[in-house]
Structure formats: C-alpha cells, structure tokens
Write a protein that binds this ligand. Sequence first.
Ligand code: ZN
Length: 289
Amino acid sequence: MSSNRNRRFFLKSMAAAGLVAGAGSANANRDVPLHPSDLGLTGKGYINPRKVLLYECTRREIRERLAAGKLKAALVPTGSTEQHNEHLAMIMDSAGALVTCQQAALQIYPKAIVTTPVSIGISPHWMNRRGTLSLKKETFVNVVFDICESLKGHGINTILIVNGHGGNVKPLNEEIGNFRDKLGINIDNCSYWDSIDKELGNKLMETKRWPDHASEFETSIALAAFPERVRYRGIDPNYWDHADYDGRNGAAWDKKTFGESKVASAEKGEQIITHASTWLAQKLLGMIG
Ligand SMILES: [Zn+2]
C-alpha cells in the first residue's frame, strides 16, 4: 500500500473497526469515498469491518450466516497483556493478532468470523516490569480450548488459532494435537509473523529482526493500525540507566531495543499487516477446502 489513496483507505478501515483513535468521531469519516477495489475484492462492495468480528455481531446475524452455509470457519486471535517498553501499550500482541485476523476475514468475507481475542497470555518473563498480566500455561491452553469447543458447538468445524505473543507459541504447538484429537475438527495454529519469510523480513526491517518485542516490527504495526497506542512523548531518555528491574533481557537490552524502535514506520506496518492477513486468508481457505 504505497499510494495515498490506499493509505487513506487503510486508516479509514481501521477507524471503522474501532482500532484507531477517533473512531466514531465526525473527523474519522470525512475521508475519500470507499471503492471495492481498495479491499482487493471483486463485486462484493463495501463491508463494514465490524461484520467479521463475532463479538460485534448479534446472535441473529451469526445464526443466519450459519444457516445459509456462508460462515465456514473461525480465526481465534491470541496475545498478551504485557509490558512493551516505555512507548507501546501493553495490548500490542493481542491487537496485532486481532488486526491481521480481521483483515484476513474481510478478504474472504463472509466465510470466516474472528472471535474475541484471548488477550492475556503466558508472560511470566516480564513480571518484573510493572503492569504485565500472566496466565499459567494450563489456564491459557484451557481458555483457548474452550473457545474452540464453543465454536464447534455452533457448527464451526474449521478453526485457525492466530497467535501474536512469543510466550504462547510453544504451548500452542504442544497442545494443538490434543485439541484435534479431543474436538475431531479441522484445527490448526500459527503466529501471524510466520507469514514473513527471510527475504521479505530483511527487505522490510532495517534492524533485520522480526518478530521483535516493542521494537521496529511491532511498533510499525502499531503505527499503521492503532497509532494512539504508541506514545514517545515525555519518555525519560535516561530511564533505563536507573530502571529497577533486571533478569531476562534487562534494562540495557530494553534501552537498545527502544532505540531500534525509532526506525519503525506506519508504511512498514501496513506492508506487514497486508502481507500477513493475505497469508492467513489463503491458509484458512486451504483449510476450508
Ligand atoms: Zn509484543
């Protein structure tokens, strides 16, 4: 998305989904008229981005889509509520998974619905920074399983769990076979950054690192999709020199990666989100068959 028109559309789409500041305000909707080709869709017209979010739908809307055989699959975003250095909101991982799932579901509308994100993950390694919330592995896995079981109960038998937090990767990989055995449905898991191969990552990321934690990669996604969650103003440039934490990836590491976050940009974030969501849509279409 390099043209101004596409960039305006992207931001408007995010605003309509309630993912950027100003959503719902008069200013949020004064931009250029939408065109179906902006969505990469042919003949489908405009789709309100909220229509692919299960928790924004009424029960009638879900019931009718299921009864018509239009709704075939679900995306389950998983993330965290954890410290993301001094400048980025703690919801980053959950919001990153959500926005890529939402954009993927829009691409294949009305085949897929996005569930309420699992917004607290496994983050014991960040508990020495204030604010982080962490679930035990079994709690997290049980919550994800129960969501999938609920979906199966409604007749949705194709599910892709889309993760946005590093600490959740191993437990999900370990448990997905059990989920499959217990539920007997078509279910898989991935992280949205699995879509980015070495060539693309090296091209996009000046730091050559992805996924990262609150550095260039994640900050770029946030600047593209929810810039109000990036707040550099007022940060003490010497904070890390007297920070009261140590342990894994201590204050010196935080200081270094904070510096690297400064090369983030909304344009890079748009490319990451576009690429990841297209990859997720294709993956899910392959599962639906
Ligand atoms: Zn993160």
